[in-house]
Design a protein around this ligand. Structure first.
Ligand code: G16
Length: 543
């Protein structure tokens, strides 16, 4: 066994996006591609000597090969100890939990999250820092810059390690600890939620379906919800993680989880349903006949948080990403706690949590979590809902209607235009930015524009500025349109347009969101000429 230094040349385009480096599997399979990026991570950090890293992924195609390469590179780069999930499996929230619990230096997550998997799908890698959260921009930028100048990487020539059973082994001077992927995470959930109340709920005949989409949540959900909380076997469906997610697109939204949505409209529908994504950090919440928007889910959880043992002491504050609806702002205002508006990307919540400024946060992209870790956490959100249903005795539908009656309803929808030519998408955004200063005061249908800008975030903790985080157009009645380009796609550009309007009148709380938002959708077309630039007369995905 010895350490080799291998010459390499840089690859273009290894720039981390919204959440790490995501590319087609075939791109990652090129010789030296993963190695260059991993070495660039290691070169951008302090020495790994004496340090522990956590390593795991969502089990998608290329996970197994990548794990063995990273183990050999970590050993060659002087890492002291690496904790790895059995069979290379760890959900993203579990990585965050383990980094924090074992005071690791950081972790490497192998996932392209909600992007499809398999040989023709996507693969991804990101680095999480010692607080358990995604590396902030100054680190991801340093990693990217390193990828441009890299000339060599270090790797051990050790044979592949058996990671199929918990236990400890060594490579070079590094200790490799293979752990059960679920137990530490389950222990954390037990400390937050009232498991006895949830057990009683299931014992009383409460029925639920959780669609794990053949991704990494399966082992966590079957162990916690079926084995521990007593839900009947079969409550968790598509529970076996598969390298291609069984052909599912593991992005829990009404389009990809259409079977679940349809099932919740049938007479056989259970009381509650949920779905999770590739790496189990996203969640979708459904009641009988309804899909809750992530923005509403966040607002409702915040409003009831003190009913959950882990949050009984109250919330320090809340945060949402800029495109997420302002429903949670109304809750925060009533609770008299701060509400922060951050750019898209979970990494922006980390500083606020570390500084004790927020307890709960969430995003429109089906991400919700709290300061228990520094990632979004799909199963945590589902357990929160179960706990809430158990202690209130109310359904998702009843809790949502009650919430809207009290706070008003923020109608919300996101329209995605996928695989747009990059030059066209960039031209649309450029033209929009050029128009911004002329928009305030203009009227569209019944509304006047009150503010139009390109969102710039000033981090209240480290005072860093993140510019160009999306164009937002605000109207006099509280409605908003937000335009931004996705930072997680791998083919062409994805234009996301987010629509929101506020309806205080209870009699108008049962409309179809697309109808409630129709005039705003027409306004976006008028302002940005979406059809002209994209060549598409309708979005490819509506959530
Ligand atoms: C990632 C980020 C989220 C972000 C989402 C969508 O989620 O962690 O913060 O909201 O991407 O980003 P975009 O709109 O740029 O595609 P995940 O679950 O893919 O890691």
């Amino acid at each position: 066994m010895s350490v080799q230094t291998v010459s390499t040349t840089s690859f273009a385009g290894q720039e981390p996006g919204t959440s790490g480096l995501r590319k087609r599997v075939e791109v990652f399979q090129q010789a030296r591609y993963l190695e260059n990026f991993v070495q660039s991570i290691f070169d951008s950090l302090d020495s790994l000597e004496g340090k522990t890293l956590v390593l795991g992924g969502d089990g998608r195609f290329h996970n197994r090969a990548a794990i063995q390469i990273i183990l050999r590179m970590a050993a060659a780069n002087g890492c002291d100890r690496i904790m790895i999930g059995q069979n290379g499996i760890l959900s993203t929230p579990a990585v965050s939990c383990l980094i924090r619990k074992y005071q690791a230096y950081g972790g490497i997550v192998l996932s392209a999250s909600h992007n499809p998997g398999g040989p023709d799908g996507d693969f991804g890698i990101k680095f999480n820092i010692s607080n358990g959260g995604p590396a902030p921009e100054k680190i991801t930028q340093a990693i990217y810059e390193r990828t441009l100048s890299i000339t060599a990487y270090r790797i051990s020539d050790a044979p592949p390690v058996d990671i199929s059973r918990p236990g400890t082994t060594r490579m070079e001077n590094m200790e490799i600890v293979v752990i059960d992927p679920v137990s530490d995470y389950a222990e954390m959930m037990r400390a937050i939620f009232d498991f006895d109340a949830i057990r009683r709920l299931f014992a009383g005949g409460f029925r639920m379906r959780l669609d794990a989409m053949n991704a990494v949540c399966g082992p966590y959900a079957t162990r916690i919800i079926e084995s521990e909380l007593g839900a009947p076997v079969g409550t968790v469906v598509h529970e076996v993680p598969l390298e291609d997610f069984g052909g599912h697109h593991p992005d829990p939204n009404p389009v990809n989880a259409h079977e679940l949505v349809a099932y919740m409209k049938t007479p056989a529908a259970p009381d509650f349903a949920a779905a999770t994504d590739g790496d189990a950090d996203r969640n979708m919440i459904l009641g009988q006949g309804i899909v809750l928007t992530p923005s509403d889910s966040l607002a409702i959880l915040a409003a009831h948080a003190t009913r959950i043992p882990g949050y009984a002491g109250g919330l320090a504050g809340v945060a949402r990403s800029m495109p997420t609806s302002t429903a949670v702002d109304r809750v925060a205002a009533e609770m008299n706690i701060p509400c922060f508006e951050t750019p898209t990307g979970w990494k922006f919540f980390g500083n606020l949590m570390d500084a004790g400024k927020i307890t709960l946060c969430g995003e429109e992209s089906y991400g919700t979590s709290s300061a228990h870790i520094r990632e979004k956490d799909g199963l945590w959100a589902i357990l929160f809902w179960l706990n809430l249903i158990a202690v209130t005795g109310k359904s998702v539908n009843a809790l949502a209607s009650q919430h809207w009656a009290h706070y008003g309803r923020n109608y919300y929808s996101r329209h995605d235009y996928e695989q747009v030519r990059e030059d066209k998408a960039n031209a649309l955004m450029r033209a929009l930015r050029e128009k911004l200063s002329a928009l305030p005061g203009k009227r569209y249908a019944t509304r006047a524009v009150t503010l139009a800008d390109d969102f710039c975030y000033l981090d209240p903790v480290d005072h860093s500025a993140s510019e160009n985080q999306g164009v937002r157009i605000l109207f006099s009645d509280g409605a908003r349109i937000v335009f931004r380009l996705s930072g997680t796609g791998t083919v062409g550009a994805t234009l996301r347009i987010y629509y929101e309007c506020f309806e205080p009148d209870t009699r108008k709380h049962d409309d179809d969101p697309q109808i409630a938002l129709a005039s705003l959708i027409a306004t976006a077309q008028e302002i940005a000429d979406i059809a002209g630039y994209t060549g598409m007369s309708a979005p490819t995905v509506i959530t």
